[in-house]
Design a protein around this ligand. Structure first.
Ligand code: ATP
Ligand code: MG
Length: 596
């Protein structure tokens, strides 16, 4: 555990004061959180209504909802009122096409305005949204369309030709394909999105929606195996609304930028729904990642709250001169920024401190999963940060650590688990079901869903420990933890230590099976520019890690690898490194981005 605590000043007016943590937790109820939303006029609850209709009804129709920054930096503004019209049109268009209530609408789109019309039109009309990552290749797209029995898909002509057309004959149910953008001559079996929209009315009344009606189908990242389709319901919006204020400090008047792709749960739940329910302005970047582009957006758009991912932070770190001065790589003014958070992977302490030094703000790590549907554990705006810790459970969230059995997962004996009481002991992270955004199933996989629960807990598959003050520290995924000479080693700890060395950009750590010690800790390391992958550096890194971690935990072997295999959402895939190491098939690679 890292002890370089970042102290915060008490901040009156913040959503959460450090000294109030216990009190707020004690007083909080999900019912009370629900009462902060409008609900449908006739009863019921609808995500799309809370994001759009409620703001318009409250007189905020003229307020800027989306600020779309195109690849060439031109900016388009869309107000809440315009969003109501666009989404109303799309909802009516679906009805005209015979798409029933609760039927699924798939998207394979970048962050264009039509994506927002589709997402929110689908939700407002009580249909089910399933966003797909637009950088997927044809096979993962086909797999997911097939798994979801897709009938309706919204994409672009280019993506259609590249990723759907070749498999169309294998998707006989897919009979409504809408193409966004200029389509002169729609390919067979497709229609123009713009045409369909033109013919539909913008007037729309949200139909009765039950809080338990299905709203979203989100596929997991596929980091540890085949992606699973997690089912979420409209009631999840209660958690979206409450947690974005608690964990991301979102307030009225904010300019908010979530960099996650809308093909993943973060990009939809915190990239679209949660912030809109607070009536803030979203920055929508239609371009690709580029260090200077990102700093330019933060500066030009005066972003106040920024939600991003550890890999993105590490890419920005790579571009920071490491000559002792630690400066931004240009004359950017980030003074509007008030809060930065990240999610998706462990955030190494070095990255938290880099934020403090270079961006002027520390980065607040938070933890959740596709299955939890909302942030569960977080570092709060007004709480001290212990770099390397993912923070503390949100109000309404009860987290526990369960003692592990032989297979590394929580041990269940006669239906019972053992909840670890003492600090500092690793266990499987578990949550008490009952929060509104909890997934309600894995599509077509009942047994897999049932296996996630034991003795009144939801088992997350992640390992963590808790310190004596209640801060949680991520250890690793149960599947990734290394058993070496009787020690349990979390890859994150080893990776973090290596990343403190100035030559190291990123690291992926696995256990290489060994007949004597069980597993030998092996690190794959990518280097920052200007460092040569030679034996001298290898020796230096081995010694550096040994000094930091001690001989029992430090890696025995280091291999340089500039292209670590990662999921499309940016997570290092240790299972692929392990398979390679052992000469085994690499398994489901549908979500791999780079295979060096
Ligand atoms: P799959 O379930 O298909 O293997 P995945 O678990 O990567 O993929 P997601 O639901 O996108 O799919 O990711 C959730 C997981 O990401 C968590 O269970 C955890 O392992 C990791 N994670 C998320 N946030 C953090 C964090 N702050 N620190 C460490 N790990 C995190
Ligand atoms: Mg998972």
């Amino acid at each position: 555990m890292d002890h370089r605590i970042i102290h915060k000043q008490p901040r009156p007016g913040g959503a959460f004061e450090l000294q109030d943590y216990e009190r707020i937790r004690a007083e909080f109820t999900w019912d009370e959180a629900r009462s902060r939303l409008a609900g449908l006029p006739g009863g019921g609850l609808n995500m799309g209504y809370e994001a759009v209709d409620r703001q318009v009804a409250a007189g905020l129709g003229g307020r800027e909802a989306l600020r779309c920054v195109a690849a060439d930096d031109t900016v388009t503004h869309i107000s809440y009122g315009e969003l109501a019209c666009l989404t109303g049109r799309f909802a009516n268009a679906l009805t005209a096409m015979g798409v029933a209530r609760q039927e699924m609408v798939f998207t394979l789109l970048g962050r264009c305005p039509e994506l927002y019309a589709t997402v929110l039109g689908t939700l407002r009309s009580a249909r089910v949204l399933c966003p797909l990552f637009s950088a997927f290749g044809p096979e993962p797209v086909r797999q997911r369309l097939e798994l979801g029995d897709a009938r309706v898909l919204v994409t672009t002509e280019e993506l259609y030709w590249r990723k759907v057309e070749e498999n169309r004959h294998r998707l006989p149910r897919l009979d409504r394909v809408l193409l966004v953008g200029p389509v002169k001559d729609p390919p067979p079996g497709t229609v123009s999105f713009a045409e369909v929209m033109k013919q539909a009315s913008q007037e729309y009344t949200v139909p009765p929606t039950d809080p338990g009606d299905m709203a979203l189908l989100h596929f997991t990242s596929g980091t540890t195996g085949t992606p699973k389709g997690a089912v979420h319901v409209h009631e999840a919006v209660v958690a979206h609304h409450a947690t974005v204020a608690f964990a991301l400090d979102l307030r009225p008047g904010d300019v908010y930028w979530c960099t996650a792709d809308p093909g993943w749960v973060t990009g939809t739940s915190y990239g679209i729904i949660a912030p809109l329910t607070h009536g803030v302005t979203l920055v929508v970047d239609e371009g690709d990642f580029d260090v200077h582009r990102w700093y330019r957006i933060l500066d030009n758009q005066k972003v106040t709250v920024w939600y991003t991912a550890p890999t993105a932070i590490r890419m920005l770190m790579r571009a920071t001169p490491r000559n002792g001065t630690r400066q931004l790589p240009g004359p950017y003014d980030l003074s509007a920024l008030r809060f930065i958070a990240s999610v998706g992977e462990p955030l190494n302490p070095e990255a938290v401190l880099w934020g403090q030094d270079v961006l002027g703000l520390p980065i607040h790590d938070n933890w959740w999963q596709t299955e939890t549907g909302a942030i569960m554990i977080a570092n709060f705006a007004s709480s001290d940060i212990r770099p390397g810790s993912m923070g503390r459970p949100l109000p309404g969230v009860e987290a526990g650590l369960l003692a592990r059995g032989e297979d590394g997962r929580a041990e269940v004996t006669d239906g019972h688990v053992h909840v670890i009481g003492e600090p500092g002991i690793e266990g499987e992270l578990a949550l008490r079901p009952g929060w509104p955004s909890m997934f309600r199933g894995y599509l077509h996989e009942e047994a897999r869903y049932a296996a996630c629960f034991a003795d009144g807990w939801y088992l997350t598959g992640d390992l963590a420990k808790r310190d004596q003050d209640g801060w949680f520290w991520f250890v690793g995924r149960a599947d990734d933890v290394i058993k070496s000479a009787g020690h349990l080693i979390g890859p994150f700890e080893v990776e973090s230590a290596l990343m403190e060395h100035p030559a190291v950009a990123e690291a992926g750590v696995i256990g290489r099976p060994d007949p004597v010690v069980g597993a030998v800790v092996k690190a794959y390391v990518s280097l920052r520019p200007g460092h040569a992958p030679d034996t001298h550096l290898k020796r230096e890194l081995l010694a550096f890690a040994r000094r930091r971690l001690g001989p029992a935990v430090a890696p025995r072997e280091i291999e340089f690898e500039q292209n670590l295999p990662r999921t499309r959402s940016g997570k290092v895939m240790r299972r692929v490194l392990r398979a390679r190491e052992m000469g085994l098939p690499e398994g489901d690679l549908s979500t791999v981005e780079s295979l060096g």
